[in-house]
Design a binder for this molecule. Sequence first.
Ligand code: SF4
Ligand code: SF4
Length: 490
Amino acid sequence: MRLFPIRGGIHPDYRKELTSEQAIVRLPLPARLYLPLQQHIGAPAEPVVSVGQKVKKGELLARGQGAVSAPTHAPTSGTIADITAVTAPHPSGLPQLTIILEPDGQDDWAALPDPIDDPFAAPANVIRDRVAAAGIVGQGGASFPSAVKLNLGTQQAIEILLINGAECEPYLTCDDRLMREHAAEIVDGARIMAHALSAPRIVIAIERNKPQALQAMQAAAAPHAAVEVVDVPVQYPMGSERHLTQAITGWETPAKKLTAELGVVVHNVGTARAVNQAVRFGRPLTARVVTISGGAVAQGKNIEVPLGTMVSELIAFCGGLKEEARRIVNGGPMMGQPLPSFEVPVVKGTSGILALTAREANERSTQPCIRCGGCVTICPCGLVPVEMAAFIRKDHLDGAARAGVMDCFSCGSCSYICPSHIPLVQFFNYAKGELAAQDREKRRLDQVKTLSESRAQRLERQAQAKREAAAAAAAARKAASATAENKASQ
Ligand code: SF4
Ligand code: SF4
């Protein structure tokens, strides 16, 4: 297949060798599981269980609310111990409403929905409903409810289902291991999703630094003519939806548009496997594979983890720390989020947890910009980071917005290569947060203005109606009095 170049990008120190040869192992059941109600983009789920209730594995604990949401299911059988605020896996360290489940050790499954034996004969909406009911969200870290993306085929023609096996973030190897060990399930899940989308082509894209995954996926795809497995160059951020789409099709997704508008829907390899499990076996999403890595961890691993497991349990399972973790990261080091501590639960979008040493965290003092232009050359979105940062430093957010800061997807490439160690991406994250808050405030004020204008119009209409009624009553009285006078004079 012909590939197309993507703009910019970098070649960071990948450090995948720390865990790439670690086959997926299962974690023994922890003593408690912590299941936040917000594990996805969209509205939080709403609990349907109460404290003290006994539940079985796969049983619904919280249902999705609204068009964009996802339900949560019990990762094992046990008793609901509490529903309370627990620190979320987020840099803020803020608590979030969480269902706490105490496993009974039996791991008894609930009665599951019937398997769909021939998904390719089932209507597309049946597949989408099954994926929605299974609580599947994007496994690459974005956590967008997958059923919503599978609905895109009803809104526009989808030409390609692109399965993202690039895994371009350093350290992470969970997708690599999934592809090596569960290739047939991923290909089957991809074919089911393509059926739901009515997409005629499936392309599975894998970076060239995963030769065993490529081989396994090619073997699994071989019997299916519609499935192509493609090796793409090792170039961060190849795994971004827009850049992978560009590498495969040559089509550039305009800012503020989705790849789906070009006819390409992108799903992660882990999502494809979860769809296979939900459709073929009726199993909801209750576990995922997580890479535990970083120089501070005694032995990095790839672990199949029940959702809701505390990260501290995973670190202990890896033999603990061999030196101080200067930085704890949820996800990869480029786009991942810093964590306040190991006392946060694994959620549906947790692809990896990194415990980085001081050397890996690479904390160096910031120097003045030397205007080398390196950040401009490597920005995969064609932005001018040095200019955007200058605006933000002066608190000139409108200037940063005009320079395109809202088109930055925080890949971190500019910060990585900056010889002056300027934390450019942190500037952009701050500016995007402020601009989004300003936009929300403007919309709120617009809404208040519209409501107060419509109230004033309504009051004026009521006053006018009263005036008209009073005038009509006065006219009626006058007419009645004139009639009475006429009668009296006769
Ligand atoms: S890479 Fe750093 S030093 Fe070079 S122009 Fe950009 S901000 Fe300035
Ligand atoms: S973080 Fe933003 S500005 Fe920097 S390279 Fe990535 S997309 Fe460009």
